[in-house]
Ligand binder design. Structure first.
Ligand code: FAD
Length: 290
């Protein structure tokens, strides 16, 4: 059983450096991820996280559980399990949380998840992430609980004040937040200020997306409600080689990450898409390799 520190403790001693993985669907994808994990080993990561059934994908849910359990057992760092509540019964969630506890997985990112893309009702006993945070808390204080924050508002939110009050309530119950990706450090700094105005000063870890595939960035930014700046989009699309494109994306991520750290961010969470290349370049450019 692992004896890792909880992420809430690591953030207290920050700044942390972490990456997000997704559970691969194929053996080839798994081999790529294993190689990425080895390539990231010299970075002395604070923790990693593993997504859960993103975009309603139910097939990969068991793989998330297995990957998180394996990483916690085999690696120097804790692995945080993403968990969504929409579409799950309370009993299913209770069983999953208990199973994680039994296997020493004590860091969970509590999420609502998204309703099915075809518009059918999600089902399940919960609607909001806040309800999942309460359920995990009922399993004892040994769990360190993160929640999602959206600097540019949640895509389904129409009222900024209401979105921030919902987030503040959820974060009061949880230990920390990790943000959706964004491309302007001021969006993050404004979020932190707005939470402080509501009396919430728990750590909010900015999520940074160094994605060099222009179509992928546009698609994901649209889904996440994140504005992809025109000048960055034009530069990425105008790049003549993949190397030039990667340089542009890395430079933009480095500039923003430095502004975030200078602004007091408690760490950086890099959306690495199961690849090490851009993460290694960003960390080196920021001088964060220990
Ligand atoms: P909530 O906090 O429940 O908020 C959703 C919406 O409901 C917001 O508009 C909020 O303002 C509103 N709201 C909240 N509480 C109330 C209330 N009591 N009454 C009325 N309105 C309320 N998805 C996956 O499927 N798998 C993943 O692994 C995954 N990982 C993610 C990681 C990060 C860091 C982030 C930022 C998102 C991730 N997502 C993932 C996406 C997430 O599931 C979606 O953004 C989802 O639509 C909302 O999740 P949430 O936890 O923010 O929801």
């Amino acid at each position: 059983m692992s004896e890792h520190p909880r992420i809430r403790e690591l953030l207290g001693a920050g700044p942390t450096l972490s990456v997000e993985f997704f559970p691969p669907k194929t053996d080839e994808g798994l081999a790529t991820l294993q190689q990425t994990i080895e390539e990231l080993e010299p970075l002395d990561l604070s923790y990693v996280s593993v997504t859960y059934g993103a975009a309603g994908n139910r097939e990969t849910r068991g793989r998330t559980r297995d990957l998180v359990v394996d990483l916690n057992r085999d690696r120097r760092y804790p692995a945080m399990a993403h968990l969504t509540c929409m579409g799950h019964s309370r009993d299913e969630l209770d069983a999953l949380i208990a199973d994680y506890g039994d296997h020493g997985v004590l860091d969970v990112l509590a999420l609502a998840g998204d309703p099915p893309a075809d518009g059918s009702p999600p089902g399940g006993d919960f609607t909001y992430a806040e309800e999942l945070v309460e359920l995990i808390r009922s399993h004892g204080d040994r769990f360190s609980i993160g929640v999602a924050a959206h600097p540019e508002l949640h895509p389904r939110s129409t009222d900024r004040g209401e979105d921030r009050r919902n987030l503040a309530r959820k974060l009061e119950l949880a230990d920390f937040a990790v943000t959706q990706f964004f491309f302007d450090a001021d969006d993050y700094l404004r979020l932190v200020d707005e939470l402080a105005d509501l009396g919430v000063t728990k750590p909010v870890v900015p999520g940074v997306m160094p994605l060099s595939n222009p179509q992928g960035v546009h698609r994901m930014a649209k889904m996440a409600g994140a504005a992809f700046p025109d000048d960055l989009a034009e530069a990425v699309e105008g790049a003549e080689t993949p190397e030039e494109r990667q340089r542009i994306v890395v430079d933009a991520a480095v500039e923003m990450s430095q502004a975030l750290l200078d602004g007091g961010a408690p760490g950086l969470h890099l959306y690495c898409m199961n690849r090490s290349g851009t993460v290694l370049e960003i960390v080196d450019a920021l001088g964060l390799r220990s």
